[in-house]
Design a protein around this ligand. Structure first.
Ligand code: SF4
Length: 357
């Protein structure tokens, strides 16, 4: 960190200590923020009365066990090639994972962008390539643009399992998680870059929750905590944008249009939060032919969470990873029991990486 920033950080840390005159709880909604707080050493400079808890902002972690099992079941259909980001490969389903399926000879590919799948599908018309669509508003536009491009090119051997979730549509359940009292929210700057600020204003008007949109640099995060603790101290909750160099009030209109054209809201199952009506995204009428579950019927057995895993509580901020009896004993990044230890955005992987130093 440059010297000038170190000085600013010290001044902000002083102000945070002055603001925290009583116990306060702030939730970082996004898993990348959880990792950034550790990586920048910010937890070590905040007063003990300020409780930082992780929220449900890791898309891999909040995907329900049933949806993971569907993904693994699709991999067993001989004509399908499953295409996914690397994180999903190791997430344990009720029986096995995509990685174990691949070890058994199934054609499963790791993509770096959904657009990779267009060229794979064009190169091998004998197989159907299935995009595993997992993510929030940050990544949904690239999946939408891929499906739109496939339609325009007349590609028939490409489909999608859309397990996308909307942070915006889940704001009410996020702000009112039963048994979890949150005074302030650190909002995910990358999501709000797409959606714009307006949809988040209900946090101020309906829930009275102090919220700050912020980036991922150390100064961004310290400044956002200073804003939040000041608003909580002064009892003046608002939605503020600290990340103005990236986030515009109106968001990214082109990305919003793609989401609206290709997808439509549906109910969605969240790990730890259950079925949240209208928080998922399925294909719109115009693109429903690309829905893999409309093309292939899969017979599902009962899904079971990994025994002993408390990811559901970790995701909702009602337990810390270190409270899980399996943490760092049975469950490690090399041998993950639940998704929060697998994902690069997962809270358990952040605590494992940084809190044991
Ligand atoms: Fe699940 Fe492992 Fe985290 Fe425990 S430590 S909650 S088993 S991912």
């Amino acid at each position: 960190m440059p010297d000038q920033n170190k000085q600013i950080a010290r001044q902000l840390a002083e102000k945070i200590r002055a603001n925290v005159t009583h116990p306060m709880t702030i939730m970082e909604v996004c898993g990348t923020h959880t990792h950034a707080l550790f990586a920048h050493g910010i937890r070590s400079i905040i007063p003990p009365e300020l409780n930082l808890i992780s929220g449900p902002g890791c898309p891999v972690c909040v995907t329900s066990q049933h949806d993971i099992d569907i993904m693994i079941k699709l991999a067993s259909v001989p004509t399908l090639t499953i295409c996914t980001f690397g994180d999903m490969m190791r997430v344990p389903g009720t029986k096995g994972s995509l990685l174990t399926e691949r070890a058994n000879g199934t054609d499963i590919r790791v993509m770096y962008s959904p657009f990779d799948v267009i060229s794979w599908a064009e190169a091998d018309p004998s197989r159907e390539f299935v995009l595993i669509g997992i993510g929030f508003e940050t990544t949904i536009p690239s999946f939408g643009a891929t499906i739109k491009a496939a339609k325009e090119k007349g590609i028939k051997n490409l489909s999608i399992l859309s397990l996308h979730k909307s942070v915006v549509d889940a704001l009410e359940p996020l702000a009112t998680i039963p048994g979890v009292s949150v005074d302030g929210l650190i909002l995910p700057g990358h999501v709000v870059t797409i959606t714009g600020i307006e949809p988040f204003k209900i946090l101020e008007t309906e829930f009275g929750t102090a919220s700050v949109v912020t980036g991922f640099e150390a100064i961004d995060m310290i400044a956002s905590i200073e804003y939040l603790t000041r608003m909580i101290h002064d009892k003046t909750p608002k939605v503020l944008n600290q990340y103005t160099r990236v986030v515009k009030n109106e968001g990214n209109r082109i990305a919003q249009e793609i989401i609206k054209e290709v997808f439509t809201p549906c109910d969605s199952n969240w790990r730890g939060m259950g079925n949240l009506p209208g928080t998922g995204l399925t294909l719109s009428k115009e693109y429903e032919d690309f829905d893999v579950l409309k093309r292939h019927k899969v017979e599902m057995e009962e899904s079971k969470e990994p025994p002993g895993c408390i990811c559901g509580q970790v995701i909702t901020g009602s337990a810390k990873p270190t409270e899980c009896p399996l943490f760092a004993k049975v469950c490690t990044p090399a041998n993950p029991v639940g998704p929060c230890m697998v994902s690069g955005e997962g809270s358990c992987s952040a605590y494992y990486k940084y809190s044991r130093i």
